[in-house]
Design a protein around this ligand. Structure first.
Ligand code: KIV
Length: 253
């Protein structure tokens, strides 16, 4: 999957599938299942590191996890998150961070939480050849300012942010918790694909956090669906092993 195929999918009306992954084992499974794109999200701070939000995730940690996922992915496009403070530095510093991620991980694109205020930075990055997926709507890196995770309904601001990203050369726009009707309007307005999370069925593709759909994160956000209880399977397997060891049944005589 390349950025060109991303665009083609939108033109052909084929929905794009995206999931997060953070390690070799799950990235390989996701890739083999034929998912179009793997996002190494800074959500790893919450679902892998057990932290309360994504803000503490570092550039080094993003590079570490993205390099592992990229090695596992044979077909899927691998996109890395730019950690806090994202594009809110001098553009030269943002360019340096993005190029480090690209050189050291061989990922195919970078996701940046953004707004129209970062249009110039985005344009500088795309001009340098960095494929950018612009993340608009609910921006988890602003959680300390926002106070809680809520639906975003400011139509004009959302339309302005999405259009600014397209004009800056982004290959796609990820919309998190955007009002469904506004998400529909943005998806119809933009030439580039939109990928939704909690933004309804009218986006050009969907993304979810892998641990949420597998029952591994201990939560199922309203917008997600638990497709399997992998957490339950692991608990049962570990309990059986403990029982066998204690009863002398493992290893077998
Ligand atoms: O970090 C992440 O995994 C994300 C998704 C929730 C879209 O940004």
């Amino acid at each position: 999957m390349s950025t060109l195929q991303f665009m083609q999918a939108k033109r052909n009306g084929r929905k794009i599938s995206m999931l997060t992954a953070y390690d070799y084992c799950t990235a390989k499974i996701v890739d083999e299942a034929g998912i179009d794109a793997i996002l190494v999200g800074d959500s790893l701070g919450m679902v892998v590191q057990g932290k309360g939000n994504t803000i503490p995730v570092t550039l080094e940690e993003m590079i570490y996890h993205t390099e592992i996922v990229r090695r596992a992915a044979q077909n899927a496009m691998v996109i890395a998150d730019l950690p806090f403070p994202g594009g809110h530095q001098m553009w030269e510093e943002t360019l340096r961070d993005c190029s480090r991620i690209m050189k050291e991980t061989r990922c195919h694109g970078i996701k940046i939480e953004t707004s129209a205020a970062q249009q110039e930075t985005l344009a500088r990055l795309t001009d340098a050849g960095i494929p950018i997926l612009a993340h608009i709507g609910l921006l988890p890196q602003r959680i300390l300012q926002l106070g809680k995770y809520t639906m975003q309904r400011q139509r004009e601001i959302l339309l302005r942010d999405a259009t600014a990203a397209q004009d800056a050369g982004a290959f796609g726009v990820l919309m998190e918790c955007v009002d469904f009707e506004i998400a529909r309007e943005i998806s119809q307005t933009l030439q580039i694909p939109t990928i939704g999370i909690g933004s309804g069925p009218h986006c050009d593709g969907q993304v979810l956090v892998l641990h949420d759909i597998l029952g591994l994160s201990g939560r199922t956000p309203k917008h997600a669906f638990q497709y399997a209880d992998v957490g339950g399977s692991i608990r049962a397997a570990v309990a059986s092993y403990k029982k066998d060891v204690e009863a002398g049944g493992f290893p077998p005589q």
